[in-house]
Design a protein around this ligand. Sequence first.
Ligand code: ADP
Ligand code: ZN
Ligand code: ZN
Length: 731
Amino acid sequence: MPLILRIALPAPVYGLFDYLPPEKASTQELQPGQRLLVPFGHTDRCGILVEVTDNTRIAPQRLRSVRAVLDDTPLMRQEHLDFLCWVAGYYHHPVGEVLLSALPLRLRKGKQPLLPRPDRVRLLDIDAQTRAHLQRRAPRQWQVVSWLASLGGSAGMGDLRRQFGAVHGVLRALQNKGLITLDTAASPLTPPQQPDFTLEEEQSRAIAAVSKGLGRYGAFLLDGVTGSGKTEVYLQLAQQVLAQGRNVLLLVPEISLTPQLVSRLEKRLPVSLAVLHSGRSDREREQAWLMAGRGQARVVLGTRSAVLAPLPDLGLVLVDEEHDSSYKQQEGFRYSARDMALVRARRAGCPVVLGSATPSLESLKNAREGRYTWLKLTRRAGKARKPGMQLLDIRNQRLQGGLSSPLLQALEDTLSRGRQAMVFLNRRGYAPVLTCYSCGWLSECPRCDARQTVHHQQRKLVCHHCGAERPLPAHCPACDSPELHPLGQGTEQLEQVLQQHFPGHPLVRIDRDATSTRGSLDQLLKLAREGQASLLVGTQMLAKGHHFPGVSLVAMVDVDGGLFGADFRAAERMAQLIIQVAGRAGRGEHPGRVLMQTRFPDHPLLQTLVNQDYAAFAREALKERERAELPPYSYQTLIRASASKAETAENFLHQSIPLIKELAGQDIQVWGPVPAPMQKRAGKFRSHLLLQSDDRQQLQQFLRAFIPALSTLPDATRVRWSVDVDPQDLY
Ligand code: ADP
Ligand code: ZN
Ligand code: ZN
């Protein structure tokens, strides 16, 4: 039997593809993790070799040969391949798509990896003859060589460039002559800075608990109130792990929102850092990914997809703001980076620390049941104290631009004392809907079951679900009346109202619209941080992990929208958002105050958060989930189908019911098919089928048979369907 290559290809197929080796390659050359160019249909595709074996179920005459081996050395190590295959299996997603999507874009297309960007030059041995030759014939090369020699034979690229300017050609010439080498393994650049404060006792205890467990798997929940110094805990643990020669993976929800984090890490962790997130160019990301894979970057800092990046000798995994919903990919390959961080740590045999001031109910349950070690930071670090929270009942109140008089008064007080105030409203745009006073017309999106939002500055109506937009009409599209009026309020309007009320006070607005150009967010955050802006207005972008020491008042204009969401996770999300927003108040020396406008001051969620805390809310919420047998007390998988006709999507899911009856045991409950809560979206009609079980293994076992069979259903090719294991949103 000849050798058979099992190859992952980017195709919506669950298994691997079998090929014969290329005609010329010797078998030693073939190693899992290499990319191969293979014929696929009428084209060639880039795939990844997963396994070399000697058996196949394909008839020998149908096997085709690989065209070429693209990598001399594998791009992915065996353990990394195994991890990604496991992930694909757990999410029941085609393994080829998972493996290829873990690669940077150029590599996915079969291009050669970028050469590592060197950061040090090292002088090699030079004989007298060469020396004399350089001196006479190549003065510039000689200058560089003698400068390097004067520094003991090696220098950083930065220093070299400062000394000589552009030296690319010179270095290449020297390299070709074998006189220098360019190193990429960044040696310690500067000694690490230590903090100028001493650790709080709770911080020390948390650090001690994790460091006792280094070198083996263990999950820790770092449940620390906002401003308790969780980042310091991460930093000191990372230092310990790096000192032991192992590497660190740090996941954060959104890097662009915390630009200080990178510089903080660089100061404190004296190793090279690979930063992986979508705000960087493809080439930058590829460099970072390659550095991580080669073990040159000792710390990988990244958003969601960084959990899939290669990183040998993993010694610690950190997940900051573990409750954040951006850890869940909501389209295509729907995975949870938080959950996979745990899997990765277990496979690597190292601790994983999940940090949050508002842990997810999933993690709290695990901590309560002892699967995670529960580390608590109950007090703010340093001089900062917990802010007081207060509800403002706005029933029967006259509002000015959505703001009640007590709220305006509090803003006035804060500003007149020279402090900063943050005004929070989780709705961007000018108003969520435009309406006609004559006929009642509403600005419905033509493609979704949703309204288009009024954007005043851009003079547009925009759908926040599908992006469909049109110019702001001057007359009603239905009855031609000029009586068109915005209904409700968004941040754009709030900005206008506040500027009218407090004209002398510089204001920055932070939301997706105000920060769409590159670099604008950094600038706005800087104004906020350094106190030049006294009024900060924005959406949840303002809530995420920022440290604005001058903010003493946080005002939430409307918390009611989130109180009655249809999704069973709505309350959890809302509680987390409120506590995170409130957590921006009083982080410096001055005490903070939090005001929330509501028409439901007796709502239990608000009462619990104001009079008790997030932990009390979470205890209640967990009890409710348990009673209702909802996650985390059960496990769900959502099958979504969409088509241009509602019946088509629904029919497809109906066709799967007999299949479920045949394959599932008693332990799988089936809900649906039902229309999705937002049935029409971007012109497609969507239908849902929810599967639930209190036994994760059983559900997984069932899915293994069920999901591949779905593609054999009569209507499978007439709909788009997808699988969402552990769905976070049921909309
Ligand atoms: P968290 O992530 O828990 O909200 P951070 O890690 O951002 O909090 O810390 C908040 C602030 O407190 C930071 O400016 C940090 O430098 C500071 N800090 C952390 N630990 C201490 C400490 N032990 N003493 C004084 N200040 C501290
Ligand atoms: Zn009208
Ligand atoms: Zn739309």
